[in-house]
Write a protein that binds this ligand. Structure first.
Ligand code: SF4
Length: 311
């Protein structure tokens, strides 16, 4: 494994490529990456590098997102069958249907969606920016999708009416992080703080000490004055916390809180992708342009500097 990791790094250097790994990737893939983080954060990091080739160890919509934000660069996926089943639950016809049913209602989409869906939305948010952006909107009713759990979290934290688009969309991994499972780990480690993702069911969120995106969970584990943590999100985050904070201990809610699609990407596949320059992911330029405009509007409303306007 060490030898393969060294070959991956050598190949990336030789090609002038940057390797991005999402927080849910296998530990050995995270360990060879130039950057590890949330999906949007990673695409922005890629914009800031000189690299002309980006290998994105993440699921389909994340690789597309990198293509939207990095026109002119070669975006590679090491495993094209690594998909996000939640993103697939919101397609353009569903957007059209809800737009028609709820006219004059702003549509906010989660970054976990495809380029075409983003291009049809009013705003795009991450799990960390969703509540902040919705609270700034001059509207009491919002369409939000995909993910009914994040939609209900946004409703709770903003006091607005949030209609989930579609009504029953969810992440198959986070939906399995139940209150009962968390409580059973808590029984074994009573002093542990519970940190969970807003894609978890509302009953789980209610018993948590902290609710936030993967990056916010990682940050919180470093800042909260406690030694042990129960991590209510994909288990890749457990690895990151244990690696970043040697004096602390992170525990999964269950050994099977695994996104199987994320885990399809192996070190071997990252190496093959670098060697073969495959598989290239492209987004239609007109769609990418519209999606970038929606992202730009979202950054502006959030009061965040638009990354591609930075000098
Ligand atoms: S953990 Fe859920 S939302 Fe994230 S990539 Fe896997 S299926 Fe999609």
């Amino acid at each position: 494994m060490e030898d393969l990791a060294r070959r991956v790094r050598e190949k990336a250097r030789e090609k002038g490529a940057v390797i991005l790994a999402h927080n849910y990737q296998r530990p050995e893939v995270q360990d060879v990456a130039d950057f590890v983080g949330d999906s949007l954060e990673l695409s922005i990091k890629a914009m800031e590098t000189e690299a002309k080739t980006i290998v994105f160890a993440g699921v389909d919509f994340m690789v597309e997102q990198a293509a939207i934000l990095n026109p002119g660069k070669t975006i590679l996926t090491p495993e094209p069958s690594s998909i996000c089943p939640m993103a697939w639950q919101l397609d353009p016809p569903i957007v059209g249907e809800y737009r028609k049913k709820h006219p004059n209602t702003p549509l906010v989409v989660y970054v976990n969606s495809f380029a075409e869906v983003k291009s049809m939305a009013d705003y795009v948010v991450t799990s960390s920016s969703a509540s902040k952006l919705v609270s700034k909107l001059d509207a009491e009713k919002i369409l939000f999708g995909p993910d009914r759990n994040l939609a209900s979290y946004v409703a709770e934290t903003t006091g607005k009416e949030v209609v989930a688009v579609p009504l029953n969309s969810y992440c198959p991994v986070h939906i399995g992080i139940t209150k009962e499972k968390v409580l059973s780990v808590k029984e074994r480690i009573p002093d542990a703080k519970v940190l969970v993702h807003p894609e978890c069911p509302v009953e789980t969120r209610k018993i948590a000490d902290f609710v936030g995106s993967t990056s916010q969970i990682i940050k919180a584990a470093g800042e909260i004055n406690a030694k042990r943590f129960i991590i209510g999100t994909e288990n890749g985050v457990v690895h990151r916390i244990n690696k970043l904070y040697p004096g602390k201990e992170a525990y999964p809610v269950s050994e099977d809180t695994i996104c199987p699609n994320m885990k399809k990407i192996t070190l071997e596949k990252v190496y093959r992708s670098l060697v073969s320059n495959e598989v290239v992911v492209k987004v239609d330029e007109k769609i990418a342009e519209k999606a970038r405009a929606v992202l730009e509007r979202s950054f502006e409303l959030l009061g965040v500097e638009v990354p591609w306007r930075r000098k």
